[in-house]
Write a protein that binds this ligand. Structure first.
Ligand code: PRP
Length: 221
């Protein structure tokens, strides 16, 4: 009976959403309505497959999924760690691979080694707090920023930053380096805990097909 109900996907806006949609395409899940990039519609429907999709700000995706406004979500591991919502993380989708790192000017290395009380600028205060306080036992002052975090050490707002490093070019172009690696990151599929029970068959089928597509792709490479 579950198949009469729509399954709703929340996708993090931007690069991840495009890659998520092409991965869903690989397993036959399409949404033609979304191809019209000029559309201002917020919710897109595939009537045949009984699926709905909406795009949301990355940090809001786990919120929609926790409350059941979306059954499934695609979002970066950084956002999952930072938001710490009650959702199941069921699959590493592989794309959007990058690292969460402590970065700064090379001379900041000694501040870290000596466990000095330093200022840390970041978009990810929960991840930074967990790393410094719980894993390193180092007392730091956290400064929350909303973007262009690399500016922190350049304008002497902070000693170091905790931020995402993908290609490393933002760091290089600004004379900064990776000082410590916190964890690897990539896009993940998350599922609402109730939906996982109520729509088990459809959701498990979907996870299986996505895993097979991922494994197939790895074998081809
Ligand atoms: C992210 C991140 C770094 C940059 C890293 O920023 O915060 O600034 O990408 O990528 P790279 O290692 O390939 O240079 P984003 O572009 O999302 O914008 P933001 O700085 O406004 O957060």
């Amino acid at each position: 009976m579950g198949s009469d109900r729509y399954l709703t996907f929340a996708l993090g806006k931007g690069r991840l959403a495009d890659k998520a949609l092409s991965m869903l395409n690989q397993i036959g899940i399409t949404c033609r309505e979304m191809d019209d990039k000029s559309s201002r519609k917020l919710i897109f429907v595939n009537e045949e497959l009984k699926l709905k999709f909406f795009l949301a700000k990355g940090p809001d995706v786990p919120t929609y999924v926790e409350y059941g406004a979306a059954d499934l979500g695609v979002v970066g591991k950084d956002t999952i760690l930072e938001e710490n919502r009650r959702v199941y993380e069921v699959l590493d989708l592989g794309f959007g691979a990058c690292r969460m790192c402590v970065c700064g000017p090379p001379e900041a290395q000694t501040l870290l080694q000596n466990h000095e009380r330093i200022r840390v600028a970041t978009k990810y205060p929960n991840i930074a707090r967990d790393y410094f306080h719980n894993k390193k036992n180092q007392t730091v002052d956290l400064i929350k920023l909303n973007g262009s975090v690399e500016l922190g050490p350049l304008v002497s707002l902070s000693d170091v930053i905790v931020d995402i490093v993908e290609t490393g070019s933002t760091l290089r172009e600004n004379g900064l380096v990776v000082l410590e690696e916190i964890c690897p990151l990539s896009a993940r599929l998350i599922v609402n805990q109730v939906s996982m029970q109520m729509e088990a068959e459809r959701i498990r089928g979907l996870i299986r097909e996505l895993s097979e597509a991922l494994n197939g792709r790895r074998m081809v490479k």
